[in-house]
Design a protein around this ligand. Structure first.
Ligand SMILES: Cc1cc2nc3c(=O)[nH]c(=O)nc-3n(C[C@H](O)[C@H](O)[C@H](O)COP(=O)(O)OP(=O)(O)OC[C@H]3O[C@@H](n4cnc5c(N)ncnc54)[C@H](O)[C@@H]3O)c2cc1C
Ligand SMILES: *[C@@H]1O[C@H](CO)[C@@H](O)[C@H](O)[C@H]1NC(C)=O
Ligand SMILES: *[C@@H]1O[C@H](CO)[C@@H](O)[C@H](O)[C@H]1NC(C)=O
Ligand SMILES: *[C@@H]1O[C@H](CO)[C@@H](O)[C@H](O)[C@H]1NC(C)=O
Length: 553
């Protein structure tokens, strides 16, 4: 497909001058030279074709008559000069809202813990810090006008190169839009701006005795959490981002501001626009506000720590909890290596067995309900050869345990730096499989890590069949790690699973996405992308390729 603005403009110019030329030549039609005749004939043919094309409704060059957009059918995007956008924005924003120090550009391109790294030239020209939805709209209007790539950014904790600027453009950091706008405690919902972090929100909701489900990486914010459709330790019980959004305010590629829904918990009013933006990784619009579903905190909740002789005992236990319909509030698995890293990191005051361990949240509205669940949990754990079973003895210990789980990646990296190599690299990746296949899949990954001789841990939000490998490696061993990850993904697909349960696709998993979905499904995503963002300016090259010349997979 041709660059749209370009073709539209030249066409309009041509059509609008047509009547003059035809009239001018009309009188000379039979008396002039052969050249004039051919010229007129040519002109006639040309205009007829264009008239014919315009008569088709909609014109074919704008909307190919197919339901999908294949990579082979399109041409490379042509982008404009980001400096023009920056210059224009300097007129409407204040100086402190446009930053281009080396450090700012670097933190908005990559992180040490990402699996996919930016090349040294993959940097934004500037980072813009809007104060409001209207300012985000101004930024996008300017980017649309000059066809300049634009990458949204909130917490910067995503792991697959999600916010790496692959094209010369700008980044939009929403960190100034960090306010909780309204809590409707009686309706169990809250409206927030995009840069409210899930931890900030959790603290804010404490006094209401309410909680928001999704809890991804420390530092992550609602905008990016919508972007990656994240989940976390609470998902098996309270759902992922997809189940927890009531409505969104989104700025579209050309600066149009939309709201997807009103505030009721359910609605059958038209398309599910929330679903369109959740998990779109900043490729379809910039989320500026969100109304989120809240849950009442369980009145009684215990945290149990159960260790097992083998990881397959631990994962079979989880599968049986699920198969028996035992509704736990969280089910986290940490392998022996992870327990060692947690232990060594000093994140917890108590030291734990360095053995495969389940951390469970067992909660309910009555003491009896919790007690009956605890009995079930104990019975099933025993049947699966548990080593030890203990409860967190205080609120402080519960917090500490859950925190240790949240910072598992940092503990792993610290261990690697201290005991393996100062320049240790980390690869943190996830897949999800049907629960009955969990045990086999994660044991295979663990064994392959061991046989390859690389260090690292397996952890998982195993209640929904989701497990992570955090692999530590020296730079020269990267190919070995790539092989392990490839096998982990292949294994998940063979088990009818997904190439990513919660981290998303970004740059790192685009190739794998093609393994999971039929080509037509990805071509449909591309069609949607082109319909909403015809100049391909919003976070280009993420999720799937938008450029036939792109060799990035
Ligand atoms: C230690 C650690 C633990 C983690 N644990 C989990 C976990 O348990 N579960 C889980 O799901 N993930 C986990 N993650 C991954 C990460 O935290 C999530 O992907 C999170 O949702 C990213 O949010 P963010 O604010 O950091 O987004 P960013 O990294 O800033 O952005 C993520 C994506 O969303 C886009 N985006 C950002 N802001 C907007 C916006 N306003 N509108 C539209 N698009 C936007 C970006 O362009 C990018 O594509 C973990 C990461 C770390 C480092
Ligand atoms: C945005 O907010 C900052 C900080 O409050 C302020 O300095 C700046 O002037 C605001 N920008 C505009 C365009 O009003
Ligand atoms: C835990 O870590 C400490 C050091 O912090 C170490 O001495 C101990 O052997 C580790 N293992 C166990 C099971 O406590
Ligand atoms: C692999 O497993 C064996 C047996 O449990 C263990 O002795 C060895 O240290 C492991 N290797 C690595 C690299 O972890």
């Amino acid at each position: 497909m041709e660059d749209l603005a370009h073709s539209t403009c030249s066409l309009v110019r041509f059509v609008s001058t047509k009547p003059n030329i035809v009239t001018k030549n009309d009188g000379k039609r039979y008396s002039g030279s052969t050249v004039a005749l051919y010229f007129t004939l040519g002109l006639f043919l040309g205009t007829s074709i264009i008239t014919y094309k315009l008569a088709k409704n909609p014109p074919e060059f704008l909307f190919p008559h197919s339901s999908t957009t294949k990579l082979a059918e399109i041409s490379s995007p042509r982008y404009g000069d980001p400096d023009k956008v920056v210059k224009e924005l300097k007129n409407v924003l204040s100086a402190d809202q446009i930053r281009s120090t080396k450090e700012t550009l670097e933190t908005h391109s990559d992180s040490s813990f990402s699996t996919h790294h930016a090349t040294p030239d993959q940097r934004p020209v500037a980072v813009i810090f809007p104060n409001s939805t209207e300012e985000v709209s101004l930024v996008l209007k300017a980017c649309h006008k000059y066809k300049v790539p634009v990458v949204p950014y909130t917490g910067g904790t995503s792991l697959e190169g999600h916010y790496t600027p692959t094209r010369k453009g700008i980044s939009v950091d929403l960190s100034r839009m960090n306010k909780v706008l309204a809590v409707h405690a009686e309706d169990l919902d809250v409206t927030v701006q995009a840069a409210v972090g899930w931890q900030t929100l959790a603290n804010y909701l404490k006094s209401y005795n309410l909680m928001f489900g999704p809890d991804p990486g420390p530092g992550a914010c609602i905008g990016g959490m919508v972007g990656t459709s994240c989940s976390g330790t609470n998902a098996a019980r309270w759902g992922t981002m997809k189940e927890n959004v009531v409505s969104l305010t989104v700025v579209l590629a050309d600066g149009t501001i939309i709201k997807t829904k009103n505030r009721p918990r359910k609605s059958a009013a038209g398309y599910n626009l929330n679903g369109l933006f959740i998990g779109s990784e900043g490729t379809l619009g910039i989320v500026t506000e969100a109304t989120l579903k809240l849950n009442v905190k369980p009145k009684y909740e215990n945290v149990a720590v159960i260790s097992f002789p083998t990881i397959s005992d631990a994962s079979s236990t989880v599968a049986q909890f699920v198969q028996h319909g035992i509704q736990l509030d969280a089910m986290e698995l940490l392998d022996d290596k992870m327990m060692k890293y947690v232990n060594v990191s000093g994140q917890t005051t108590l030291k734990y067995d360095e053995a495969p361990t389940l951390m469970l949240k067992i909660g309910g509205t009555t003491k009896e309900a919790v007690k009956s669940q605890i009995n079930d949990v104990k019975r099933i754990s025993k049947e699966n050869h548990q080593n030890s079973f203990r409860f967190a003895s205080s609120d402080a210990e519960r917090e500490e345990l859950w925190n240790a789980r949240k910072v598992a990646l940092w503990s792993t990296i610290n261990y690697g730096q201290e005991y393996i190599d100062k320049d240790i690299q980390v690869w943190a990746t996830d897949v999800a499989v049907p629960i009955s296949k969990l045990c086999e899949c994660l044991t295979t990954t663990k064994n392959e890590m061991n046989e390859t001789g690389v260090a690292g841990a397996i952890v998982g939000h195993v209640g929904d069949g989701n497990y992570h490998a955090m692999i530590l490696f020296k730079r020269e061993d990267r190919p070995k790690v790539e092989r392990i990850v490839r096998h982990m993904v292949d294994g998940a697909l063979k088990a009818e699973g997904t190439v990513t349960g919660e981290h998303g696709v970004g740059m790192g998993k685009r190739g794998f996405l093609k393994q999971e979905l039929p080509p037509d499904a990805i071509d449909l995503m591309r069609k949607i992308k082109f319909a909403l963002d015809p100049y391909r300016i919003l976070n280009p090259d993420k999720v799937f390729s938008i450029d036939p010349k792109d060799k990035g997979e």
